[in-house]
Design a protein around this ligand. Structure first.
Ligand SMILES: [Zn+2]
Ligand SMILES: [Zn+2]
Length: 394
């Protein structure tokens, strides 16, 4: 009797021990970063194209017959991005992500959304009244589709690949549009890629704190290699072997900044950059990643020329080193202003024929039908008969 009881007890203990061991073996203890088993690559590859769109972002991801696009450069880059996608045999897009409303990211997106059939568009839950952003929202409405808002931790399939939303990881970043950037972690086999738009320090902290394993082989440098992002704690969290910087040659913001370049170097990452190398393509078979060029060896930081008043003396991005994509579009070098910190151009009032900074208080009071976005320089605008606003002194 007694003996049998002991045997039952022992059997129960053994069963419990086995269950505990199994749990410990196939999932991580609570509180640790969650990691998932990757899908099978089925012997296929994934291609990541970091398009050279001058100062801006546009990334094409292709897996088999599936494709997605993250951002599409400035307003004048839409057609060039469209041609590039067509040259790569892209006929439709499973996903289109507009990381945040800045024109160097979603400027060209309206063209792409008009020209290609697509399934899902992901935009941050952030209403912005700029002409550029309204253009994007208008196509979505015209196509009778709805916007998918990002929810951190949600995963989506892209053929044999999968991506997980990692940002925004908090709801309120005040007026800093960059921090609302949609960020994703893309996984194909054992290879992982992190994209964070223009997310800056606060957003990086929130991503690192949200409990998703961010370790990756490749990081697309945030905010064109700005030193307001790419902070050491975040870089250590991702711990990438390779970093890709998307920025325009001779851009006025001084991207990539020396501080960010130093951080990339100190974590031992190799750096690829579109301002030096044009469009960069990484191909993964799920185990190894091959690149269409060697890493940059210049470690050259950009030089901010934020004090320039006009774009006239500015070097537009169609100098040596410009790619086909670059040459295929008329680049005006993007909108620049004397502060050199804002990425957008100017807001025109087509009725009063005045132009304003986007931050100008009169912009919000402007009638929608009179409002127009322009990437032209103040001098070019004056040549067209526009006068600078006396309040914001653009
Ligand atoms: Zn931005
Ligand atoms: Zn940007």
């Amino acid at each position: 009797m007694n003996r049998k009881r002991h045997q039952i007890k022992a059997a129960i203990l053994l069963a419990v021990a086995i269950i505990v061991l199994q749990i410990a073996g196939c999932s991580l203890p609570i509180g640790e970063k969650t990691a998932r088993e990757p899908k099978s690559t089925n012997g296929e590859t994934i291609e990541i194209h970091f398009l050279d769109v001058g100062q801006g972002d546009a990334t094409l991801i292709k897996q088999g017959s599936h494709a997605m696009l993250i951002d599409a450069g400035n307003n004048d880059k839409g057609t060039a991005v469209q041609s590039y996608l067509q040259s790569q045999g892209v006929e439709s897009l499973d996903y289109v992500i507009g990381t945040h409303p800045d024109s160097d990211h979603v400027g060209g997106l309206d063209v792409v959304l008009y020209k290609f059939p697509w399934d899902t568009v992901i935009l941050p839950d952030l209403e912005k009244d700029t002409k550029t952003y309204q253009d994007v929202l208008k196509v979505i409405k015209d196509k009778q589709k709805s916007i998918t808002f990002p929810v951190a931790g949600t995963s989506y399939g892209l053929g044999n690949a999968e991506f997980t939303i990692i940002a925004p990881a908090a709801e309120d970043y005040g007026d800093n549009w960059n921090d609302y950037s949609v960020g994703i972690l893309l996984q194909f086999g054992e290879n992982r890629f992190v994209f964070t738009g223009d997310a800056e320090e606060d957003a990086e902290q929130d991503m690192a704190a949200e409990g998703i394993d961010l370790s990756a082989d490749v990081l697309k440098a945030a905010h064109h290699g700005s030193d307001t992002a790419n902070t050491m704690p975040f870089l250590e969290e991702v711990s990438p072997k390779s970093v890709v910087v998307s920025c325009g040659e001779g851009n006025s913001y001084g991207h990539p900044r020396a501080g960010a370049m130093n951080n990339f170097r100190s974590i031992g990452a190799e750096v690829y950059r579109t301002d030096e190398q044009g469009t960069i393509v990484a191909v993964s078979d799920g185990k190894e990643i091959t690149w269409n060029c060697s890493p940059s060896e210049t470690w050259k930081a950009g030089e901010p020329t934020g004090s320039q008043k006009t774009g006239n003396g500015e070097k537009p991005a169609e100098e040596p080193g410009a790619t086909e994509l670059e040459k295929g579009s008329q680049d005006r070098g993007g909108g620049k202003n004397s502060a050199g910190t804002q990425e957008d151009g100017y807001i025109l009032n087509t009725n009063t024929r005045k132009f304003h900074r986007e931050s100008c208080s009169s912009v919000s009071q402007m009638q929608e039908e009179n409002k127009e976005y322009s990437g032209l320089t103040p001098q070019e605008l004056e040549a067209q008969g526009y006068k600078p606003c006396g309040n914001c002194n653009p």
